[in-house]
Write a protein that binds this ligand. Structure first.
Ligand code: 3H9
Length: 689
């Protein structure tokens, strides 16, 4: 038939098998294979029913995402679906792995669905800034009802086969490992029983029952407003389910088509598709190939039981790896272990796991006051406070204690790891593992490669990151590494802006509306303004100094840049306004009105420019890695694709022009990166690097 589809016969049952690794995505050849295979089986008078099944790790996992934005080739998916649905013979989808997006839409067009218990079904298009564009939004609610359909299409969740069976999404479960036999037997059964062709499009009970009940949608929108903020796709998905409820099937399909086209040609979906591939690219290291030997890690040591050390420990306990935490004082150790236990107990109370599981994880944790207890660790992560001399002493001690071949990692967020590595005789074992706070929650891990770090140490760190459920980006040593180095640009501008004319709440509002979870000043209030501040050294040199001296140290003291009520709701503070005005006057600054556009451009463009410098210096492997860091470590809105993709969206030429304009009036904080100039000169994009 073609390279990806084969048609065989098992008695009266035709079995159409698709084989297009890695995930049987609906590329041109796969669509052609379905279309022609079904037609051939229909034309064969001996065939009474058809089973559609896939080879490899999964049933069809969706449309081929790489095809979006390109000219379509081969038969349309709709032709293939019509061939299945309107044909005269029952078609049974046989599902293993995942039936996702267009894959589930194919299965929903089949007349019956059989799955193995481990299979999962879902419509995850929303995560790509899309909606199911092949009838999914119209067929799904006809089976599971509009409420469940709303959940599924706006969350993109993968639903297990047993649940699918309960919901009617799957008709029968086949024995694990025996899908083909099970599906063929099922097909034979429906032939023998002369069951009718069950077309999902004709099932109207559930959608009609919801007609005239707009509150279903109003309540759903309200309940999820925070979660959906800024994203287009969830709202468009909701509108499609509304159409399924209120319109006849074919009219509903027209709405789905129109909204799908809008999304697939829009910037948000392009950004979210970019993130999908970026998340997969980030693991690929050009000079550390996949077959690089790794170091078995069965025991982890952590130095420091503070917030960071404790959070880091939890990551390993969660996946069953024993951890020894070393502290210098018994009370600090007890406190640290107590916090870990409390965190686990809170999760258990919320029903995430059982109390037994809490004990199991705590049973893997050992506290100690003696660094010698780390001797047989395969990986030691140092998480003591940020002081070069202290860290070097710790590493020298570790060097003498820990067995050869172990990885010696530092969780520093700022210090020079090359210098830390001079404290040991085995610099090849030293690496940075920069966890973000809270370390047991935040998904990002910056894996920092020092000058002499060996490839097995890098490969092992990346592998371990995956094991503990992080997304890791390999970066180089430079001040602040990738994430904080870029953050410093935004922080500097935010501070300047409030002296020049804006107020903290203006800056915060603009960045919040851009899509960040909170602005820099709300962030500082949350973290505590006195981090890294001391009364003795404070000279009132910055607004922060002034605020801290007044004991306005952020949310914890009920006041910082904002005033807080007892529920920690922030209000702009007249006191802060006056402090800022006085401060600006003292500095001889003539305050002026600053537009929202200027706030945004001054906060974001220098970040993009810094990203270009990072690429130019080779401190990140690719521009999309920087996006991954900022999306997962700092809440950069996914629908903008990360700072570098956003730079491509506005255009490197515009970023450069603005940087030059700002440089002319405000100095070299805005000096364009050489790479930015080069990209513009060559008419390229950041994503080309
Ligand atoms: C859609 O269906 C729209 C329709 O409604 C409308 C039609 C008109 N296309 O994740 P992995 C690649 S939208 C192209 O590492 P896993 C992936 O890039 C789609 N490529 O494996 C990677 O490549 P590489 C809705 C795809 O086992 C390789 O396959 N569907 C696609 O951890 C392995 O992927 C989705 O959103 C694709 N659709 O997870 C599902 N999918 O090796 C998206 C994967 O070069 N996919 N690749 O880096 C997934 O969620 C996961 O890949 C899956 C497997 C769970 C299937």
């Amino acid at each position: 038939m073609n390279d990806v589809a084969t048609l065989e016969k098992d008695g009266e049952i035709a079995v159409l098998t698709l084989n297009s690794p890695p995930v049987n995505a609906l590329s041109g050849p796969v669509r052609e294979g379905i279309n022609n295979g079904i037609k051939q089986a229909i034309d064969d008078a001996d065939v009474k029913a058809i089973v559609l099944i896939c080879e490899g790790r999964t049933f069809i996992a969706g449309a081929d995402i790489t095809e979006f934005g390109k000219a379509p080739s081969g038969p349309s998916l709709f032709d293939a679906l019509a061939m299945i649905e309107h044909g005269p013979k029952p078609v049974v989808a046989a599902i293993h792995g995942t039936a996702l997006g267009g894959g589930l839409e194919v299965a929903l067009t089949c007349h019956y669905r059989v799955a193995v218990p481990s299979a999962k079904c879902g419509l995850p298009e929303v995560n790509l800034g899309l909606l199911p564009g092949a009838g999914g939004t119209q067929r799904l609610p006809r089976i599971v009802g509009p409420e469940k359909a709303l959940e599924m299409v706006t969350s993109g969740q993968h639903v297990g086969a047993k649940k699918c069976l309960e919901m009617g999404l799957v008709d029968e479960l086949a024995e694990e490992g025996k899908l083909r036999e099970g599906a063929v037997a099922f097909a034979k059964k429906i032939v023998a029983e002369k069951r009718p062709l069950k077309k999902v499009r004709d099932l109207n009970d559930k959608v009609e029952a919801a007609r005239g009940k707009p509150e279903i949608f109003a309540e759903f929108r309200k309940a999820n407003a925070r979660k959906f903020r800024g994203f287009l796709a969830p709202e468009y998905n909701i509108q499609c389910i509304e159409a399924a409820v209120n319109l006849p099937f074919d009219e509903g399909i027209k709405v789905e088509q129109k909204l799908f086209r809008e999304l697939v040609t829009g910037t948000q979906s392009a950004a979210q598709r970019h993130v999908f591939f970026a998340e997969r690219q980030v693991w690929k290291l050009p000079d550390v190939p996949a077959d690089t030997p790794t170091i078995p890690v069965n025991k982890v040591g952590i130095i420091g039981a503070g917030t960071m050390g404790g959070g880091i420990a939890m990551n390993f306990l969660n996946v069953g790896l024993p951890v020894t935490i070393v502290e210098t004082k018994q009370d600090a150790l007890d406190r640290g272990l107590g916090v870990i236990r409390k965190n686990y107990e809170n999760s258990a109370k919320k029903g995430r796991f059982s109390m037994e599981e809490v004990e199991k994880r705590m049973g893997l944790l050992k506290g100690s006051l003696d660094m010698n207890d780390l001797a047989d660790s395969d990986l030691v992560i140092e998480a003591v406070f940020e002081n070069m001399d202290v860290k070097k002493q710790v590493f020298t001690k570790l060097d003498a204690i820990v067995k050869p071949g172990a990885i010696l990692a530092t969780n520093t967020s700022a210090l020079n790891i090359d210098e830390i590595a001079t404290a040991v005789k085995r610099p090849e074992a030293v690496i940075g593992l920069h966890f973000f706070s809270p370390a047991n929650v935040m998904r990002l891990l910056e894996v920092v490669r020092a000058d002499k770090t060996s490839k097995p140490v890098i490969a092992t760190s990346m592998q371990l990151a995956k094991k503990i459920g992080k997304i890791a980006a390999l970066v180089g040593v430079c001040p602040g590494f990738v994430g904080n180095r870029i953050l410093a640009q935004r922080q500097r501008e935010a501070q300047k802006l409030i002296l020049e004319g804006a107020m903290p709440w203006d800056v915060d509002r603009v960045l919040y509306d851009f899509g960040l979870p909170m602005g820099p000043f709300a962030m500082s209030d949350l973290a505590g303004l006195d981090i890294g501040w001391s009364k003795e050294k404070s000279q009132g040199a910055t607004i922060r100094d002034v605020l801290c001296e007044m004991d306005r140290r952020g949310q914890k003291t009920g006041a910082g840049f904002y005033d807080y009520d007892e529920n920690r709701n922030a209000k702009p503070s007249p006191v802060v306004e006056k402090i800022i005005l006085d401060f600006a006057q003292k500095k001889g600054i003539n305050r002026r009105k600053i537009s929202d556009d200027e706030i945004l451009e001054r906060c974001i463009y220098p970040m993009i420019n810094e990203g270009a410098k990072i690429l130019e210096e080779g401190k990140a492997i690719r521009s999309s890695d920087i996006d991954i860091v900022w999306i997962n470590g700092y809440g950069f809105p996914v629908y903008r694709g990360g700072p570098m993709f956003y730079g491509d969206t506005v255009g490197a030429a515009k970023v450069l022009a603005k940087m030059k304009e700002f440089q002319a009036t405000m100095g070299d904080d805005f000096k364009p990166a050489k790479l930015l100039e080069k990209i513009v000169a060559e008419g390229k994009k950041f994503s080309d690097f």
